[in-house]
Design a protein around this ligand. Structure first.
Ligand code: NAP
Length: 320
Protein backbone atom coordinates (compact mmCIF):
# COMPACT_ATOMS: atom_id res chain seq x y z
CA UNK A 1 0.00 0.00 0.00
CA UNK A 2 1.27 3.51 -0.82
CA UNK A 3 2.09 5.64 2.16
CA UNK A 4 0.50 8.98 1.51
CA UNK A 5 0.87 11.41 4.36
CA UNK A 6 -0.85 14.72 3.75
CA UNK A 7 -1.24 16.07 7.28
CA UNK A 8 1.58 17.72 9.24
CA UNK A 9 2.15 17.04 12.93
CA UNK A 10 2.60 19.73 15.57
CA UNK A 11 6.00 19.92 17.25
CA UNK A 12 4.55 18.64 20.52
CA UNK A 13 2.23 15.60 20.77
CA UNK A 14 -0.02 17.78 22.93
CA UNK A 15 -0.49 20.28 20.10
CA UNK A 16 -1.77 22.68 19.23
CA UNK A 17 -3.43 20.50 16.58
CA UNK A 18 -5.55 21.92 13.77
CA UNK A 19 -8.28 19.42 14.62
CA UNK A 20 -8.89 16.95 17.37
CA UNK A 21 -11.55 14.37 16.65
CA UNK A 22 -13.16 12.86 19.72
CA UNK A 23 -14.52 9.39 18.97
CA UNK A 24 -13.63 6.67 16.49
CA UNK A 25 -16.75 5.42 14.74
CA UNK A 26 -17.62 5.95 11.07
CA UNK A 27 -18.17 9.71 11.63
CA UNK A 28 -14.81 10.16 13.32
CA UNK A 29 -12.71 8.24 10.82
CA UNK A 30 -14.46 9.81 7.83
CA UNK A 31 -13.86 13.25 9.33
CA UNK A 32 -10.17 12.36 9.79
CA UNK A 33 -9.82 11.20 6.18
CA UNK A 34 -11.08 14.60 5.05
CA UNK A 35 -9.17 16.82 7.52
CA UNK A 36 -5.87 15.07 6.85
CA UNK A 37 -6.35 15.24 3.11
CA UNK A 38 -7.04 18.96 3.66
CA UNK A 39 -3.55 19.16 5.26
CA UNK A 40 -4.88 19.83 8.77
CA UNK A 41 -2.88 18.22 11.56
CA UNK A 42 -5.34 15.75 13.05
CA UNK A 43 -5.39 13.80 16.28
CA UNK A 44 -8.11 11.25 16.97
CA UNK A 45 -8.81 10.62 20.64
CA UNK A 46 -10.56 7.36 19.94
CA UNK A 47 -11.51 6.10 23.38
CA UNK A 48 -10.10 3.20 25.38
CA UNK A 49 -12.60 0.97 23.58
CA UNK A 50 -12.34 2.31 20.06
CA UNK A 51 -14.47 1.77 16.97
CA UNK A 52 -17.99 2.48 18.22
CA UNK A 53 -21.08 0.34 17.84
CA UNK A 54 -19.94 -1.45 14.68
CA UNK A 55 -17.37 -3.27 16.79
CA UNK A 56 -20.35 -5.01 18.40
CA UNK A 57 -21.88 -6.31 15.17
CA UNK A 58 -21.08 -9.20 12.91
CA UNK A 59 -21.68 -8.80 9.17
CA UNK A 60 -22.65 -5.35 7.94
CA UNK A 61 -24.64 -5.77 4.72
CA UNK A 62 -25.85 -2.22 4.23
CA UNK A 63 -22.63 -0.24 3.93
CA UNK A 64 -22.16 0.55 0.23
CA UNK A 65 -19.14 -0.90 -1.51
CA UNK A 66 -19.19 -4.35 0.07
CA UNK A 67 -21.37 -6.58 -2.13
CA UNK A 68 -20.65 -9.60 0.06
CA UNK A 69 -21.02 -7.64 3.33
CA UNK A 70 -18.20 -6.80 5.69
CA UNK A 71 -17.59 -7.60 9.33
CA UNK A 72 -18.24 -4.51 11.48
CA UNK A 73 -14.85 -4.69 13.25
CA UNK A 74 -13.06 -5.18 9.91
CA UNK A 75 -14.82 -2.13 8.46
CA UNK A 76 -13.70 -0.03 11.41
CA UNK A 77 -10.15 -1.37 11.27
CA UNK A 78 -9.96 -0.44 7.58
CA UNK A 79 -11.37 3.03 8.22
CA UNK A 80 -8.73 3.52 10.89
CA UNK A 81 -5.92 2.40 8.57
CA UNK A 82 -7.24 4.69 5.84
CA UNK A 83 -7.30 7.73 8.16
CA UNK A 84 -3.82 6.95 9.48
CA UNK A 85 -2.49 6.54 5.95
CA UNK A 86 -3.14 10.25 5.39
CA UNK A 87 -1.41 11.24 8.60
CA UNK A 88 -4.09 11.13 11.29
CA UNK A 89 -2.57 10.35 14.67
CA UNK A 90 -4.55 8.02 16.89
CA UNK A 91 -4.62 7.67 20.66
CA UNK A 92 -6.67 4.96 22.36
CA UNK A 93 -7.61 7.18 25.27
CA UNK A 94 -10.93 8.40 26.59
CA UNK A 95 -11.57 12.10 26.93
CA UNK A 96 -12.11 13.16 30.53
CA UNK A 97 -12.92 16.85 30.13
CA UNK A 98 -12.90 19.73 27.66
CA UNK A 99 -12.38 23.47 28.06
CA UNK A 100 -14.14 25.22 25.20
CA UNK A 101 -13.68 28.70 26.67
CA UNK A 102 -9.96 28.76 25.84
CA UNK A 103 -8.46 29.28 22.39
CA UNK A 104 -6.97 26.93 21.36
CA UNK A 105 -9.49 24.59 22.96
CA UNK A 106 -8.17 22.22 25.62
CA UNK A 107 -8.99 18.54 25.93
CA UNK A 108 -7.86 16.33 28.78
CA UNK A 109 -7.54 12.64 27.99
CA UNK A 110 -5.52 9.85 29.53
CA UNK A 111 -4.09 12.33 32.05
CA UNK A 112 -2.67 14.66 29.34
CA UNK A 113 -3.97 18.00 28.11
CA UNK A 114 -4.14 18.49 24.36
CA UNK A 115 -4.72 21.78 22.53
CA UNK A 116 -6.63 22.17 19.30
CA UNK A 117 -7.85 25.00 17.06
CA UNK A 118 -10.99 23.05 16.18
CA UNK A 119 -12.80 20.01 17.52
CA UNK A 120 -15.03 17.45 15.83
CA UNK A 121 -17.16 15.50 18.28
CA UNK A 122 -18.12 12.01 17.10
CA UNK A 123 -18.64 10.24 20.39
CA UNK A 124 -21.71 8.36 19.15
CA UNK A 125 -24.43 6.83 21.27
CA UNK A 126 -24.49 4.02 23.68
CA UNK A 127 -27.16 1.34 23.26
CA UNK A 128 -29.35 1.05 26.27
CA UNK A 129 -29.27 -2.67 27.08
CA UNK A 130 -31.60 -4.59 29.33
CA UNK A 131 -29.96 -5.44 32.61
CA UNK A 132 -31.64 -8.87 32.83
CA UNK A 133 -29.15 -11.75 33.33
CA UNK A 134 -27.87 -13.33 30.12
CA UNK A 135 -28.64 -10.39 27.81
CA UNK A 136 -25.16 -8.86 27.64
CA UNK A 137 -23.47 -12.28 27.51
CA UNK A 138 -25.50 -13.25 24.42
CA UNK A 139 -24.88 -10.09 22.37
CA UNK A 140 -23.87 -11.30 18.90
CA UNK A 141 -25.16 -14.78 19.77
CA UNK A 142 -28.83 -14.07 19.15
CA UNK A 143 -29.07 -10.78 21.02
CA UNK A 144 -28.80 -7.65 18.89
CA UNK A 145 -29.83 -4.02 18.84
CA UNK A 146 -29.86 -3.49 15.08
CA UNK A 147 -32.49 -5.20 12.93
CA UNK A 148 -31.35 -3.53 9.68
CA UNK A 149 -27.90 -5.07 10.30
CA UNK A 150 -28.85 -8.48 11.66
CA UNK A 151 -32.40 -9.36 10.54
CA UNK A 152 -31.23 -11.48 7.57
CA UNK A 153 -29.61 -13.90 10.03
CA UNK A 154 -33.09 -14.72 11.34
CA UNK A 155 -34.72 -15.97 8.16
CA UNK A 156 -37.67 -18.23 9.06
CA UNK A 157 -36.78 -17.98 12.75
CA UNK A 158 -38.67 -16.61 15.73
CA UNK A 159 -37.55 -13.36 17.30
CA UNK A 160 -38.61 -10.96 20.04
CA UNK A 161 -38.23 -7.19 20.21
CA UNK A 162 -38.23 -5.34 23.52
CA UNK A 163 -39.44 -1.73 23.67
CA UNK A 164 -42.46 0.39 22.87
CA UNK A 165 -40.99 3.37 21.00
CA UNK A 166 -40.48 4.09 17.32
CA UNK A 167 -37.23 2.13 17.29
CA UNK A 168 -38.96 -1.02 18.53
CA UNK A 169 -41.72 -0.63 15.92
CA UNK A 170 -39.14 -0.15 13.21
CA UNK A 171 -37.06 -3.12 14.35
CA UNK A 172 -40.18 -5.31 14.40
CA UNK A 173 -41.21 -4.21 10.89
CA UNK A 174 -37.76 -4.88 9.47
CA UNK A 175 -37.69 -8.30 11.13
CA UNK A 176 -41.00 -9.37 9.57
CA UNK A 177 -39.23 -9.45 6.21
CA UNK A 178 -37.15 -12.38 7.41
CA UNK A 179 -38.43 -13.96 10.62
CA UNK A 180 -41.40 -16.32 10.72
CA UNK A 181 -42.77 -14.68 13.87
CA UNK A 182 -41.96 -11.47 15.73
CA UNK A 183 -43.09 -10.89 19.33
CA UNK A 184 -42.92 -7.38 20.74
CA UNK A 185 -42.44 -7.40 24.50
CA UNK A 186 -43.43 -4.13 26.14
CA UNK A 187 -43.47 -3.23 29.81
CA UNK A 188 -46.70 -1.17 29.64
CA UNK A 189 -50.05 -1.66 27.91
CA UNK A 190 -49.58 1.12 25.40
CA UNK A 191 -46.75 2.03 23.06
CA UNK A 192 -45.09 5.41 23.07
CA UNK A 193 -44.38 5.14 19.34
CA UNK A 194 -46.06 7.41 16.78
CA UNK A 195 -49.61 6.42 15.77
CA UNK A 196 -48.58 5.57 12.23
CA UNK A 197 -45.81 3.23 13.33
CA UNK A 198 -48.03 1.59 15.94
CA UNK A 199 -50.71 1.01 13.32
CA UNK A 200 -48.23 -0.63 10.97
CA UNK A 201 -47.13 -3.04 13.67
CA UNK A 202 -50.58 -3.80 15.04
CA UNK A 203 -51.95 -4.63 11.61
CA UNK A 204 -49.10 -6.97 10.71
CA UNK A 205 -50.19 -10.61 11.06
CA UNK A 206 -46.61 -11.73 11.69
CA UNK A 207 -46.33 -9.57 14.83
CA UNK A 208 -47.63 -10.57 18.25
CA UNK A 209 -47.58 -8.20 21.22
CA UNK A 210 -47.07 -9.09 24.86
CA UNK A 211 -48.19 -6.15 27.04
CA UNK A 212 -47.11 -5.50 30.65
CA UNK A 213 -44.28 -7.93 30.16
CA UNK A 214 -40.61 -7.75 31.08
CA UNK A 215 -37.64 -9.93 30.27
CA UNK A 216 -36.39 -11.60 33.44
CA UNK A 217 -33.60 -13.59 31.81
CA UNK A 218 -32.10 -14.50 28.43
CA UNK A 219 -31.14 -18.17 28.46
CA UNK A 220 -28.76 -20.02 26.16
CA UNK A 221 -25.38 -21.65 26.12
CA UNK A 222 -23.42 -20.41 23.11
CA UNK A 223 -26.57 -18.95 21.55
CA UNK A 224 -29.90 -17.58 22.69
CA UNK A 225 -32.49 -20.32 23.24
CA UNK A 226 -35.32 -18.77 25.24
CA UNK A 227 -36.50 -15.85 27.34
CA UNK A 228 -37.95 -15.98 30.81
CA UNK A 229 -40.72 -13.39 30.93
CA UNK A 230 -42.74 -11.88 33.74
CA UNK A 231 -46.13 -10.21 33.50
CA UNK A 232 -45.72 -7.19 35.78
CA UNK A 233 -49.50 -6.97 36.41
CA UNK A 234 -50.14 -10.59 37.38
CA UNK A 235 -46.64 -11.58 38.49
CA UNK A 236 -46.92 -14.69 36.33
CA UNK A 237 -43.72 -15.94 34.66
CA UNK A 238 -43.53 -17.73 31.32
CA UNK A 239 -41.01 -18.92 28.75
CA UNK A 240 -40.71 -17.76 25.16
CA UNK A 241 -38.64 -19.88 22.80
CA UNK A 242 -36.83 -17.52 20.41
CA UNK A 243 -33.78 -17.48 18.19
CA UNK A 244 -33.30 -13.73 18.42
CA UNK A 245 -33.82 -10.88 20.86
CA UNK A 246 -33.69 -7.30 19.59
CA UNK A 247 -33.32 -4.73 22.33
CA UNK A 248 -34.82 -1.37 21.31
CA UNK A 249 -35.23 0.50 24.56
CA UNK A 250 -33.48 3.62 23.33
CA UNK A 251 -29.99 5.00 22.91
CA UNK A 252 -28.17 7.45 25.01
CA UNK A 253 -25.98 9.94 23.17
CA UNK A 254 -22.49 9.80 24.63
CA UNK A 255 -22.25 13.51 25.44
CA UNK A 256 -22.02 13.81 29.22
CA UNK A 257 -18.54 15.36 29.12
CA UNK A 258 -20.03 18.31 27.21
CA UNK A 259 -22.73 19.05 29.80
CA UNK A 260 -22.80 22.79 30.49
CA UNK A 261 -20.22 23.42 27.74
CA UNK A 262 -22.33 22.94 24.61
CA UNK A 263 -26.06 23.19 24.04
CA UNK A 264 -27.70 19.76 24.27
CA UNK A 265 -31.34 18.73 24.17
CA UNK A 266 -33.16 17.10 27.06
CA UNK A 267 -31.99 13.64 25.95
CA UNK A 268 -28.35 14.68 25.68
CA UNK A 269 -28.09 15.04 21.88
CA UNK A 270 -25.71 17.87 21.02
CA UNK A 271 -27.55 20.70 19.25
CA UNK A 272 -26.08 21.27 15.80
CA UNK A 273 -26.79 23.00 12.54
CA UNK A 274 -27.85 20.33 10.07
CA UNK A 275 -26.27 22.08 7.08
CA UNK A 276 -22.77 22.49 8.54
CA UNK A 277 -22.57 20.40 11.72
CA UNK A 278 -21.57 23.44 13.82
CA UNK A 279 -22.46 23.39 17.52
CA UNK A 280 -23.22 26.26 19.91
CA UNK A 281 -19.46 26.96 20.14
CA UNK A 282 -17.72 28.28 17.02
CA UNK A 283 -14.96 25.93 15.92
CA UNK A 284 -16.58 22.90 17.54
CA UNK A 285 -18.41 20.56 15.17
CA UNK A 286 -20.38 17.40 15.87
CA UNK A 287 -21.42 14.47 13.68
CA UNK A 288 -22.92 11.01 13.87
CA UNK A 289 -25.07 9.41 16.54
CA UNK A 290 -24.22 12.04 19.16
CA UNK A 291 -26.39 14.44 17.12
CA UNK A 292 -28.53 12.09 15.02
CA UNK A 293 -31.90 11.45 16.67
CA UNK A 294 -33.39 9.63 13.76
CA UNK A 295 -31.36 7.52 11.36
CA UNK A 296 -28.50 6.05 13.39
CA UNK A 297 -26.88 4.38 10.41
CA UNK A 298 -23.13 4.06 9.79
CA UNK A 299 -23.40 5.49 6.30
CA UNK A 300 -25.26 8.57 7.58
CA UNK A 301 -22.62 9.06 10.29
CA UNK A 302 -19.87 8.82 7.70
CA UNK A 303 -21.60 11.46 5.58
CA UNK A 304 -21.97 13.77 8.55
CA UNK A 305 -18.30 13.24 9.43
CA UNK A 306 -17.41 14.44 5.96
CA UNK A 307 -19.57 17.57 6.35
CA UNK A 308 -18.09 18.35 9.78
CA UNK A 309 -14.53 17.96 8.44
CA UNK A 310 -15.10 20.17 5.42
CA UNK A 311 -16.64 22.84 7.64
CA UNK A 312 -13.78 22.54 10.13
CA UNK A 313 -11.30 23.08 7.29
CA UNK A 314 -13.26 26.14 6.17
CA UNK A 315 -13.29 27.45 9.74
CA UNK A 316 -9.52 26.93 10.11
CA UNK A 317 -8.89 28.80 6.87
CA UNK A 318 -11.14 31.69 7.93
CA UNK A 319 -9.42 31.87 11.32
CA UNK A 320 -6.02 31.92 9.62
P1 NAP B 1 -37.84 5.81 23.11
O1 NAP B 1 -38.83 6.59 22.33
O2 NAP B 1 -37.21 6.43 24.29
O3 NAP B 1 -38.55 4.44 23.54
C1 NAP B 1 -37.91 3.53 24.36
C2 NAP B 1 -38.90 2.42 24.70
O4 NAP B 1 -38.22 1.44 25.44
C3 NAP B 1 -40.10 2.90 25.51
O5 NAP B 1 -41.27 2.28 25.06
C4 NAP B 1 -39.74 2.46 26.92
O6 NAP B 1 -40.86 2.05 27.69
C5 NAP B 1 -38.92 1.23 26.67
N1 NAP B 1 -37.93 1.03 27.72
C6 NAP B 1 -37.03 1.91 28.20
N2 NAP B 1 -36.29 1.36 29.16
C7 NAP B 1 -36.73 0.09 29.30
C8 NAP B 1 -36.37 -1.00 30.13
N3 NAP B 1 -35.36 -0.90 31.01
N4 NAP B 1 -37.04 -2.16 30.02
C9 NAP B 1 -38.05 -2.29 29.13
N5 NAP B 1 -38.44 -1.31 28.30
C10 NAP B 1 -37.79 -0.12 28.38
O7 NAP B 1 -36.60 5.34 22.20
P2 NAP B 1 -36.58 4.98 20.63
O8 NAP B 1 -37.72 4.15 20.25
O9 NAP B 1 -35.18 4.50 20.37
O10 NAP B 1 -36.74 6.41 19.92
C11 NAP B 1 -35.81 7.45 20.20
C12 NAP B 1 -36.15 8.67 19.35
O11 NAP B 1 -35.89 8.39 17.98
C13 NAP B 1 -37.62 9.02 19.47
O12 NAP B 1 -37.73 10.41 19.42
C14 NAP B 1 -38.22 8.41 18.23
O13 NAP B 1 -39.39 9.07 17.80
C15 NAP B 1 -37.09 8.56 17.23
N6 NAP B 1 -37.18 7.51 16.21
C16 NAP B 1 -37.87 7.81 15.07
C17 NAP B 1 -38.00 6.87 14.10
C18 NAP B 1 -38.74 7.22 12.85
O14 NAP B 1 -39.38 8.24 12.82
N7 NAP B 1 -38.65 6.42 11.83
C19 NAP B 1 -37.46 5.61 14.25
C20 NAP B 1 -36.76 5.32 15.42
C21 NAP B 1 -36.64 6.30 16.40
P3 NAP B 1 -41.94 3.12 28.21
O15 NAP B 1 -42.74 3.49 27.01
O16 NAP B 1 -42.68 2.37 29.24
O17 NAP B 1 -41.14 4.24 28.77
Amino acid sequence: MDTQIFAPKPTSPEGPWDTIIIGSGPAGFTAAIYTTRGAASTLILGGEVWGGQLMLTTTVDNFPGFPEGVLGPKLMEDMRIQAQRFGAQFQEVSVESVDLTKKPFEITAGGKTYQSRSIIITTGALTAWLTAPGVRELIGKGVSSCAPCDAPFFKDKTVAVVGGGDSAMEEASVLTKYASEVTIIHRREEFRASAAMQEKVKSDPKIKILWNTEVEEAVGSGKLEKLILKNNKTGQTSELIVDGLFVAIGHKPDSDIFAGKLERDEKGYIEYKTDHCGTSVKGVFAAGDVVDKRYKQAVVSAGMGCIAAMEALKYLEEEG
